[in-house]
Write a protein that binds this ligand. Sequence first.
Ligand code: AMP
Ligand code: MG
Length: 501
Amino acid sequence: MFHRPAIPTVELPWLSASGNAGFAALGASFATPTSPTPLPAPHWVGCNDAFRAQLGLPNELWQQQEVLELLTGNREPANHATYASVYSGHQFGHWAGQLGDGRALNLGAIQSPIGLHELQLKGAGPTPYSRRGDGRAVLRSSIREFLASEAMHGLGISTTRALCVTGSPAHVHREEVETAAVVTRIAPSFVRFGHFEHFAANGQIDELRTLADHVVAEHVPKLQAMQGAQRYVALLHEVTQRTAALMADWQAVGFCHGVMNTDNMSILGLTLDYGPFQFMDGFDANHICNHSDHQGRYAYARQPQIAYWNLFCLGQALMPLIDEQGPALAALESYKQAFPEAMDQRMRDKLGLQGAHEGDRTLVEDLLQALQQDHVDYTVFWRRLSIAVRESAHSSHAFEPVRDLFLHREVFDAWCTRYLDRLGAIDRQATGDAMLRTNPKYILRNHLGELAIRQAKAGNFAMVQDLLHVLHSPFDEHPTYETWAGLAPEWASSIEISCSS
Ligand code: AMP
Ligand code: MG
């Protein structure tokens, strides 16, 4: 079923030097040689030049036709095989068995100034793991992934990165006929919890150990001196800590992932697989961004708990290497302290609070309840609060723009009195400035992505590029794009994002 006509090869020094390194070096049990399936008439949709420079890739990359062809899946690297990897996972709380890179094709690794990074094309055609899927991605979801990855990076949150998106007029069938696109994703590793679950479920213990040793050697070298079970317990502990920090980051910025299945969980604690995600507009702890998630399993407020559940799946998968339950459970249970501590710290930073006081958690909970009651825009609230604190150094009306966001003004007033009391006699100017570096002005709101997508569908990619630019520095002022920092328009709430991508 995988007889495809050979496609032309391309030789690029930056690609061929270490193409076989990284995950590919683990061999055939992990990396299944797979060629991309070409798409007609490719064109650039979005080019991330800042990231290109960080990776040390050639200045003229976007002018090279062979690179456009390569990153659309119309050329193969001359000196090494491209591949798909196999993984399994739990989806919506149930064991789903084998999944794998159904539409992600790995181009190999590149050695860059920021270390060895894996390259992946998402949407470059079917693989042995496509099951009933077509191996494609549509323009709409590819633009969303491109912008979201970079928005997260701009916010300082661990994530896979995106180098570019290419498009093609080729049709892709979803609820409607759409057009194809390919995202070039880049990360130090694309290893998922599901990779470990796969080998554990199949009793492939040697492979399980090889994979764990690979992750330690390449990505957590501080654990390499440890031997045997101790090393794998330490790995589980490390992943637990990173995941706890990631969840605190997501919650603090109001990010909903939407599909937190174990096959979408990164072993490095990166945000991975952007599908029906959403940066919240009005605050709602029960917000469900994925219209296919009928039970609300992955609602905003449940994410930290779901991550913990997913970590248990990882722990279970690592048990053949650990043997004793006690140390594995202790590693996992470190989440119960790490997550609340990280969350408390994020919220204190957002509020500009110094030190840790006993009533801080109640102060935060009461604030969130007030935001929830009036569905106050989460990002606008924090930004206005930061400005208010700064302005309050010399104005007695500083908090009025924050107060205006609430319907129940008396609730805000009561909270604000407690807040100012807790802030105490600090340098308001300096505290406000620090808060402005913590609370972003720009997030990738659904309606901004939607507007960029509409324009892109009409052949205009300027907004994709402009959003990329603004989202790379979301704490800065971008006067030209002031409206992008405003409240979401009425129609934003009617945007339905499902798993379809
Ligand atoms: P996701 O929900 O996007 O994380 O995908 C779950 C699984 O379905 C993964 O194994 C994907 O590779 C696979 N998949 C999703 N969409 C497609 C598609 N269009 N073609 C092939 N496989 C897909
Ligand atoms: Mg996935």
